[in-house]
Design a protein around this ligand. Structure first.
Ligand SMILES: [Zn+2]
Length: 92
């Protein structure tokens, strides 16, 4: 679980990215972290594709990294999907 990450450009791994998406949907992430998630999703298709999250999340984050808030219903849908996904990722 606690693998050391060194260097500012260390890749965000998939489970961390998902957790950050969660935080992001909760409105806890700033623009920098938002950009990191976006970058991860851009270069790591499989981690979201597998859970059918990619299209929804990518478009949502792309929009919301500006200033738009995610619509409540969409936010809840994605959060419930992610919570399932994170559990599965954690179990390997
Ligand atoms: Zn990934």
């Amino acid at each position: 679980m606690n693998e050391p990450t060194t260097g500012a450009d260390a890749r965000t791994d998939c489970s961390e990215a998902l957790l950050r998406v969660y935080e992001y949907l909760d409105g806890e992430l700033g623009p920098d972290d938002c950009a990191k998630i976006q970058a991860h999703l851009d270069e790591c298709g499989p981690c979201l594709k597998e859970y059918d999250l990619d299209t929804t999340l990518k478009s949502l984050i792309k929009r919301s990294c500006g200033s738009e808030q995610a619509p409540e219903t969409l936010r809840l849908t994605i959060m419930s999907r992610i919570s399932t996904t994170v559990i599965r990722v954690d179990r390997g």
